[in-house]
Ligand binder design. Sequence first.
Ligand SMILES: Cc1cc2nc3c(=O)[nH]c(=O)nc-3n(C[C@H](O)[C@H](O)[C@H](O)COP(=O)(O)OP(=O)(O)OC[C@H]3O[C@@H](n4cnc5c(N)ncnc54)[C@H](O)[C@@H]3O)c2cc1C
Length: 309
Amino acid sequence: MKVIDIYSNATKPVFSIELSPPLNGTSLDPIFNTVSGLMKYEPAFVSVTCSALGSARGGTIPIAGKIKRDYGIESVVHLTCVAKSQQDIDNMLMDVRYEGVQNILALRGDPPKGEKEFRPHEKGHRYASDFVSQIKRLNQGKYISFNEGEYRNGEPNNFCVSVAGYPEGHPECPDKEKDLEHLRVKVENGADYIITQLFFDPEIYFRFVDRVNNMGIRVPVVPGVMPVESFAHLDFILKQPIGVSVPEVFVDKLRKYKEDGDNASALQFGVEFISSMCNALIEGGAPGIHMYTMNTPDRAAKIFDAISR
Ligand SMILES: Cc1cc2nc3c(=O)[nH]c(=O)nc-3n(C[C@H](O)[C@H](O)[C@H](O)COP(=O)(O)OP(=O)(O)OC[C@H]3O[C@@H](n4cnc5c(N)ncnc54)[C@H](O)[C@@H]3O)c2cc1C
């Protein structure tokens, strides 16, 4: 099933979860324990992240296939165009098809560690918008041909495509309006819905949705939500170059709990803070909550428990 159909037919907020493949050579158990641990919240789909170039977490596509088969839940693969030619991408999309997975989060990806700028493969894509176009071309049954610039007709696919949206702007694009225009191109090229970067203030999401709508973009904008359990956890998130702001009160309180060595209160405060944000999102009309579980079901479960449905 296409995830966009889940949103289109939903009569209540859609809960979904994100998982990451384990470090190569380590157990898959945390992944499947996370899915099992969150089944009672009836996640409508599970998305499986993919590693940046140079990191060691393979298996996105087969893990997504296994989740779909074993749990009967729709799965979404995160895929990037880093270091891939268009032929590599056609081939990767065939892996997705043969695994029986129908949903793709189409990303450009980050530059490899140590490199400041994203450099596309010489026969690849510079932007996620072009990746979206390639997936839509495969939906029309047009495959890369041996003759460059030409396409070979084959069986059409029926992929559903989502793209990333950045409520506080993508860090590489200082002009937020331009960043939004780039998002519009991804949707014009065929993206069915948008999943957002994490944020810590529901107003940031609502302002983003207003700006997206004012641009004429009319697809679901799904809030991506990250549970936070401690100051160290928040600090780790903030050290990533993702351009996300955090309310001072949230930082200060978690820091205080750390100084007091009070982990239990930090966890409880983190859960209360994020669940109250989720409730505000749902009350304000968000189509659902996409929870970044980081392969840890307990925090996500506490938050799902606290969300009124
Ligand atoms: C929900 C979500 C899930 C993610 N999952 C993963 C994951 O699993 N694995 C992973 O490696 N990364 C993941 N990322 C991170 C993502 O790969 C990075 O944020 C990456 O830097 C940008 O990817 P993108 O698809 O948004 O790129 P794009 O949409 O291509 O945008 C990249 C930059 O280029 C600019 N741009 C776009 N089009 C144009 C244009 N025509 N002219 C000039 N500038 C342009 C944009 O404004 C932006 O600054 C995820 C991000 C989100 C929000």
